[in-house]
Design a protein around this ligand. Sequence first.
Ligand SMILES: C[S@@+](CC[C@H](N)C(=O)[O-])C[C@H]1O[C@@H](n2cnc3c(N)ncnc32)[C@H](O)[C@@H]1O
Ligand code: SF4
Ligand code: SF4
Length: 282
Amino acid sequence: MEVKPIILLNNSCNFRCCHCYVRNATDETPIDTIIKFFDNIILANNADFVRFAGGEPFLYSHFHELALFLCKMRDKGIDLNFTTNGSCITDSIMNDLQIIQPNMVKVSLLSLRENKYNEIIGSNHKLSDTIMAIEQLMKSFTVGINMTIMKDTICDVEPLIQFCLSNGIKDLFFSQLTPAGRGFVIENKKLSKEEIDYVHTIIDSVDKNKINITYDDGCHCGFYEDFVLNWDGDIFPCSALVSYPEYKIGDCDSTVDEMRKKINELCKTKSKVCFVEDFVKY
Ligand SMILES: C[S@@+](CC[C@H](N)C(=O)[O-])C[C@H]1O[C@@H](n2cnc3c(N)ncnc32)[C@H](O)[C@@H]1O
Ligand code: SF4
Ligand code: SF4
């Protein structure tokens, strides 16, 4: 079975998104831990694609050092992909990204309505500045857009598709609200089955030659494939569980087989597709 590694560089962020599953603090993943994760989990299992997120990954204080290491990993044929809120694209980050040459930088764009955008991100960061950052990134890199769809942003789905089409963005990733962290507090904003079907109808009507649209509607779980490293050096089977130490399945010294055994133990009680809904008892 494939191993899909995800590295969370930190849990700090300049936004306070209403749905965020990360418990905000000031921890950062040490470079040595990242190197160990590459050696023992990524390279040892022939994974050729690594995703980076956080917190906000471009606030990571050792980003330049990380870039120098990642450039060597990319030369070994490993694809590298970053997910960002798009608010911290400084010249220094652009230079480091030039060193890394990621295969994609995904920017989270949660609404195209200014007031709703600010309400969701819990910050007055301007939507127009995020859009300018997207334009800047597009000059050098392949850019994708991420949107977690909630009840009050279903109306943003079509405009976002149009935004991507008119700006030459070829990869759009929609996801379902996961009830973890602050996302648990607004669980009532999760789409119903009918609303999920409606979003699928919109997506199905779009010409697939013009744009790749992926919708993780919570019906397909990556629980056995994702190995998510957090800032404590602990590994979890799902990004939404990284702030819940009781769901740790291992660390950089564990083998993938050992961690899968732990997952099997955790899964004994599962009754839903999105396991978070079973596991995260508040
Ligand atoms: C945790 S953020 C980290 C990277 C970066 N700060 C960002 O916002 O893109 C990664 C992605 O997870 C999404 N996300 C956060 N909490 C979520 C939740 N409870 N359910 C679904 N998606 C969530 C965010 O919208 C973002 O697209
Ligand atoms: S979703 Fe991303 S930008 Fe929003 S608070 Fe969480 S880490 Fe920060
Ligand atoms: S438990 Fe599975 S479906 Fe739910 S958020 Fe995690 S990976 Fe996705």
